[in-house]
Design a protein around this ligand. Structure first.
Ligand code: SF4
Ligand code: NI
Ligand code: NI
Length: 736
């Protein structure tokens, strides 16, 4: 009960601090001052998720405080020792922390770093905005990240701390780092030890004070709302979703302050146990939930195992026989100049990667050969380096009864991930633009090109077992050999590109579905055609075809086109039947090429949103990274809330970037001739392809006529602009 008592006291403290800061802030800013975390549609997410209250103005915080005060157990009553009340007090602690952090954003707008990784002398990242959240949150849903560990405080010895962190990273967990306001924080010491921090390495320094735990729990709340279909205000549902789906636990180091104890009570609500290295009375909450545990006095080297055990998390990762750590967490890690031992490709030397299929009898499964100097041989050239440079060709030859040439580029594209997951190895790009950097640390541990081959062998066999029966790897590091391979590879790339360019909707008999997103948008189906990629941009028609081959009962199913009922709007009898079935009757029909009539549903992970601007009779497109207001008067995040969820919303459409430059993009409405506004960065990104499309449509100067945020930001301004530049939209029939 001691922890309860401490915790409840701590909740009072946090509540009083929130109230005090609130009253101060009202004096400075007034109740009408807008408040919130940057660039998010979820307001203050814990409060929004659990209480359903969208905090928009400072004054709203006052109302919330009034409300949550009732949850605090009265000190004199016997309630004080009732568990449920202690958990409620924990909730109050987290709500208060969220308000305290929101007020910090008001008072010190520059306190946190507004990017994915620490930078500009700023360590703490603060709340994840919706761009970061989307990108990372989805990993909690698709299983790339099993969950997160919230770290409070700092272990005394930094060695053990690093071991714990590495262990968590190797298990693909996100590590949320929170200072406790005392001494040097763990995040700071890690940084001093040269450990790379940021979302890309899954080591997220949220904030220097325990109040920043609100960011971690807020993240979990948003996962439930965004991907789990849990509505704001469905408090218990949100807690349950996280208990069952997000494997989270807290590691707390050192004697807890009252505030830390309160926060521990708070996170219990989300099914998040707390493991600590100091002696405290054990807590097992009777009957409430399996995970509401406090396990104390755990030796540092046992903390991670204990946490996994208590939380019931089984991690089954195949151990690769290589000398460096291997996990998805290391994907985003860079190899910096001072750590660089060897680099290949990237314009510095020739570099090329190729995967080709061969007849079964030409492949010796598991054979890995290195032709030319391997990494240990470089020592001989000591006067030249490190860093050393070598030309490199990586050739993977595969064979399989179900293998098809169409699948080659799909497997080849995975090299990037497979290689990057190795700690101390960085991989960028693909094909003959590949760039590989290997760190001194990896070489010291004994990493060689043989291991690179082994990684590719093991991962391809694991992920593509349905189509690859045999596989061998050849690695070349001699200039003359690499040149030869490069020539062959260019041929292969050309054939592939021509084949893809020649793939048009009219020439195939089947489209493919993707229903991967049904886990969070149950009636959504992406119909993927040769000229329309899935709206997340990650799956094209060939991927769909391969996906079906690899997993015949999986999310990619063939959709026989059936009869073409309308070639302009894009109605196909087969598509209608499929969508009706796959949406469980929710959607009757889909027009593949229209935004106005029966447009495709959207889930939530579209790269961009297309929207009709009625005043201009045109269409705008905005990408996820654009955080400003769009001419609809809404931000991307607000629009995303309207479009997603698996419903048809005429006038709005989730689209992939690549689809914008497809001839089938909104063909029924005039295609890109309707395009009147898009963010400058998106325009820039698509420039070359847009130009080609525009020329085909007979409007070569179209790009200059499409407005962006530097030209116009309201429908009114766009209207003036299109008239001034004589935009082709003026010649098109009315949309409505
Ligand atoms: Fe599949 Fe579409 Fe979701 Fe992408 S957006 S994963 S294509 S359902
Ligand atoms: Ni790496
Ligand atoms: Ni999706």
């Amino acid at each position: 009960k001691i922890v309860c008592e401490l915790g409840i006291k701590g909740s009072y403290l946090l509540f009083e601090r929130a109230l005090e800061e609130y009253e101060q802030a009202v004096k400075t800013f007034g109740k009408e001052k807008p408040i919130g975390f940057p660039n998010t549609a979820y307001f203050l997410p814990i409060i929004y998720a659990i209480l359903g209250y969208p905090v928009k103005k400072l004054g709203d915080c006052g109302e919330v405080l009034e409300e949550i005060k009732k949850l605090l157990p009265k000190e004199t009553s016997s309630e004080f020792f009732y568990w449920g009340k202690a958990l409620d007090a924990g909730l109050v602690a987290l709500f208060s922390e969220e308000i305290i952090e929101a007020i910090r954003y008001l008072k010190q707008p520059d306190f946190y770093c507004y990017s994915e990784d620490p930078g500009e002398g700023k360590l703490w990242l603060g709340a994840a905005d919706d761009v970061v959240f989307r990108k990372r949150g989805v990993e909690f849903v698709d299983g790339t990240a099993p969950g997160f560990a919230a770290i409070l405080g700092t272990p005394e010895d930094i060695e053990s701390a690093i071991n714990i962190i590495r262990d968590l990273q190797e298990k693909n967990l996100y590590v949320f780092l929170h200072g406790t306001g005392q001494g040097v924080s763990l995040a700071e010491s890690l940084l001093q030890q040269g450990v790379q921090l940021g979302w890309s390495t899954r080591l997220v320094p949220f904030g220097p004070e325990v109040t920043s735990v609100a960011f971690a729990i807020g993240f979990a709340c948003r996962v439930a709302m965004s991907f789990g279909g849990v509505k704001p205000g469905e408090g218990p549902k949100n807690l349950l979703y996280n208990k069952n789906r997000t494997f989270a636990f807290t590691l707390s180091f050192g004697a807890p302050s009252l505030e830390v104890a309160a926060t521990a009570l708070g996170v219990f609500n989300w099914g998040c146990p707390v493991i600590t290295d100091v002696e405290l009375p054990e807590i097992k909450v009777p009957g409430v939930c399996l995970y509401e545990h406090l396990v104390s006095k755990v030796p540092l080297d046992k903390m991670v195992d204990t946490a996994l055990e208590v939380r019931g998390l089984k991690i089954t990762s195949v151990k690769l026989d290589i000398p460096v750590a291997y996990a998805a967490s290391f994907e985003g890690e860079r190899v910096r100049k001072e750590d660089l031992y060897l680099e290949c490709g990237g314009g510095r030397t020739l570099g090329v990667e190729l995967l080709v299929s061969r007849p079964l009898d030409e492949i010796e499964d598991g054979k890995i050969e290195v032709f030319g100097p391997d990494i240990p041989d470089l020592k001989k050239f000591e006067e030249k380096g490190p860093p050393y440079r070598l030309p490199l060709a990586v050739v993977v030859e595969v064979a399989g009864a179900n293998m098809q040439e169409d699948f080659e580029p799909i497997i080849e594209r995975q090299f990037h991930y497979f290689i990057n997951y190795a700690q101390g190895i960085m991989h960028v790009g693909q094909r003959n633009l590949m760039w590989l950097r290997i760190s001194k640390q990896a070489v010291e541990k004994g990493f060689t090109f043989k291991h690179l081959g082994l990684i590719l062998y093991a991962k391809i066999k694991e992920k593509f077992s349905a189509i690859v029966d045999k596989l061998q790897v050849k690695i070349y590091t001699q200039e003359s050999e690499v040149k030869k391979i490069l020539e062959q590879a260019k041929q292969v790339y050309r054939v592939r590109d021509e084949r893809i360019a020649g793939l048009v909707d009219e020439k195939v008999d089947v489209f493919y579905s993707c229903t991967l997103c049904q886990s969070f948008a149950p009636s959504h189906v992406c119909v993927i055609t040769p000229e329309r990629v899935g709206m997340c941009g990650a799956y094209n028609w060939l991927d769909g075809k391969a996906g079906y081959e690899i997993n015949p009962t999986g999310p990619n199913q063939p959709i026989p086109k059936g009869e073409c009922l309308d070639p302009v709007l894009g109605y196909f009898s087969g598509v209608n039947e499929f969508v009706k079935e796959a949406s469980r009757g929710k959607i009757e029909k889909v027009a593949l090429y229209s935004i106005m009539k029966d447009p495709m549903t959207a889930c939530g992970c579209f790269e961009c949103i297309a929207a009709v601007l009625p005043e201009v009779n045109g269409i705008m497109v905005v990408n996820r990274d654009y955080t400003g207001l769009t001419p609809t008067g809404m931000k991307f995040s607000t629009m995303a809330g309207m479009v997603g969820g698996g419903v048809q919303t005429p006038g709005f459409l989730g689209v992939a970037k690549h689809y914008i430059v497809s001839p089938k993009f909104l063909m029924a409405e005039g295609g890109i001739k309707r395009l009147v506004w898009m963010p400058k960065s998106l325009k820039e990104e698509l420039k070359d392809k847009l130009k080609i499309m525009a020329e085909k449509l007979g409007v070569p100067d179209l790009i200059e006529k499409i407005a962006d945020e530097t030209i116009a930001n309201t429908e009114e301004e766009i209207k003036t602009w299109v008239e001034r530049v004589n935009h082709p939209v003026l010649t098109l029939p009315p949309l409505m």
